[in-house]
Design a protein around this ligand. Structure first.
Ligand SMILES: Cc1cn([C@H]2C[C@H](O)[C@@H](COP(=O)(O)OP(=O)(O)OP(=O)(O)O)O2)c(=O)[nH]c1=O
Length: 201
């Protein structure tokens, strides 16, 4: 199997890729994550994942290496909510999400032999109404700071979630099924790496 590079600084993405039974190296890609004026959220998220994977390929790619990049954004009423830049911004994002539905858009891109394939996954998440005091305590916990929309469904933020329709792994940062499909499309089905690796799960 060609070696796999994860072009991401996200510990969640590394955990999810490990969950798939894959071995890989991590080499975060630094790209400009500013949306273009008027850019639609789905276009932005796909472009980010593709740019991360392509930047990783330019840094580490050669024959026998595949590079995976991904991007997650929260979209509320058509607006992109990325990672909050401050505690104040995190609080404002959570007040905006309180008692409402939003979409979590995650794109994954795989560069193989210099060719990029990508997939977009949209998941609808509904938050119950949040108390001001719990928003304050949640922001003080520090959990919102490195997460799109200012929350982590896999952490303390899970208690805010009323309903989810779509892919849980995509909300956390990497859609397992679609990632496996991209790898299969590149001639590398994930199950080929599973021999004996599920025994302790
Ligand atoms: C909505 C949500 C997001 N997140 C995280 C996943 C991503 O790490 C982060 C979104 O930011 P991204 O810019 O997608 O990723 P990143 O900066 O962490 O890493 P890289 O660009 O190097 O790949 O938000 C959660 O962990 N849980 C959640 O419930």
């Amino acid at each position: 199997m060609p070696s796999l590079v994860l072009a991401s600084a996200s510990p969640r993405r590394a955990e999810l890729l490990t969950q798939m039974g894959l071995t890989f190296t991590v080499s975060p890609a630094n790209i400009d994550e500013t949306p273009k004026p008027g850019e639609q959220p789905d276009h932005y998220v796909l472009r980010m994942a593709e740019e991360k994977a392509l930047a990783g390929w330019r840094a580490d790619g050669h024959d026998g290496v595949m590079v995976l990049g991904s991007d997650t954004s929260v979209v509320r009423a058509g607006r992109i909510l990325g990672k909050p830049a401050s505690a104040t911004e995190a609080g404002a994002m959570l007040r905006d999400l309180s008692g409402q539905h939003h979409q979590v858009m995650t794109a994954v891109a795989l560069v193989n032999g210099g060719r990029c394939q990508s997939r977009l996954v949209v998941t609808d998440v509904a938050f119950r109404p949040l108390l001001d005091a719990e928003i304050e305590a949640y922001v003080a916990s520090g959990e919102p700071m490195d997460k799109a929309g200012g929350y982590g469904i896999q952490g303390l933020g899970g208690v805010f979630v009323d309903q989810i329709r779509g892919s849980y792994s995509a909300v956390v940062g990497l859609p397992l099924k679609e990632t496996a499909e991209l790898l299969a499309g590149a001639g590398q089905p994930v199950w080929q790496a599973w021999n004996g690796s599920g025994r302790d799960a």
